[in-house]
Design a protein around this ligand. Structure first.
Ligand code: GLP
Length: 243
């Protein structure tokens, strides 16, 4: 299936378009299940959603969320965990119930069981209505690095050096970036009813070009999205500059 392309002039507009999409879904279905992502790209979207909550009465009271991934070994309250990121950037500023927010536990002693139980949880919630994704420079989605089977469910991954370097900006030093993570698999992501992929800035232009004009291959994880019936890419001019 072709990926629908939604062009934005800049990051601000990209964030507003993604916000509108989520607000429409919540208005139609107040208890929607949103799949959420971390990284810099969705931060503007979360800001816009907070504004909609504050100024337009958009309520998250019944919304359920499942995040894509978490680092292994970082306790929930660690400053660099995705639990902390989501809490600070988004959850603590809206009316969502903490018990309705879910993120894989990177400190679970049995990580295989944690993956299975995360899959059971998503199923029990009725599946993901809309999954938000960013894209890594090497085409990773969630933490699914090149070479990952498109059928994979929530699982433990070894992070590539390039991903650790790209994410080092959030940590005191590269050495502090965990070497492993637990992530929804591409199989998990593809089960979402709808997917919204966000790409901003010239550093993502190569990845966007590869996604839109390259083959479907496990060497470029985001290409799996071409096998999904309802994917939209919201990208700004810079991210689309090589197209
Ligand atoms: C991380 C996250 C991904 C994210 C990617 C891109 O590796 N696990 O979910 O899409 O980084 O991040 P950014 O938006 O900061 O470029």
């Amino acid at each position: 299936m072709a990926i629908q392309i939604i062009k934005a002039n800049d990051y601000e507009e990209l964030s507003a378009l993604a916000c509108k999409k989520i607000a429409d879904i919540i208005t139609q279905n107040p208890s929607a299940v949103l799949g959420l992502a971390t990284g810099s790209t969705p931060v503007g979207l979360y800001k816009k959603l907070i504004e909609s909550y504050q100024k337009e009465n958009l309520s998250f009271k019944e919304v359920r969320t499942v995040n894509l991934d978490e680092y292994i070994g970082l306790p929930k309250n660690h400053p660099n965990s995705y639990h902390t990121f989501m809490k600070n950037i988004f959850f603590s500023q809206i009316d969502i119930l903490e018990s309705n927010t879910h993120i894989p536990d990177g400190t679970a002693t049995d990580l295989e069981e944690e993956g299975l139980s995360y899959e059971r949880l998503i199923q029990a919630l009725g599946g993901i209505d809309l999954q938000i994704l960013g894209i890594g420079h090497n085409g990773h989605i969630g933490f699914n690095e090149p070479g990952t089977s498109f059928h994979e469910q929530t699982h433990l991954v070894e992070l590539t050096d390039s991903t650790r370097k790209a994410n080092a900006r959030f940590f005191p030093s590269l050495n502090d970036v965990p070497k492993q993570a637990i992530t929804m698999g591409i199989g998990t992501i593809l089960k979402s009813k709808e997917i919204l992929l966000l790409a901003s800035g010239s550093s993502k232009a190569d990845a966007v070009k590869q996604l839109l004009s390259g083959e479907v291959s496990i060497d470029f994880p985001a290409s799996a999205l071409k096998n999904h019936p309802s994917v939209a890419l919201v990208a700004d001019k810079e991210a689309l500059s090589l197209m």
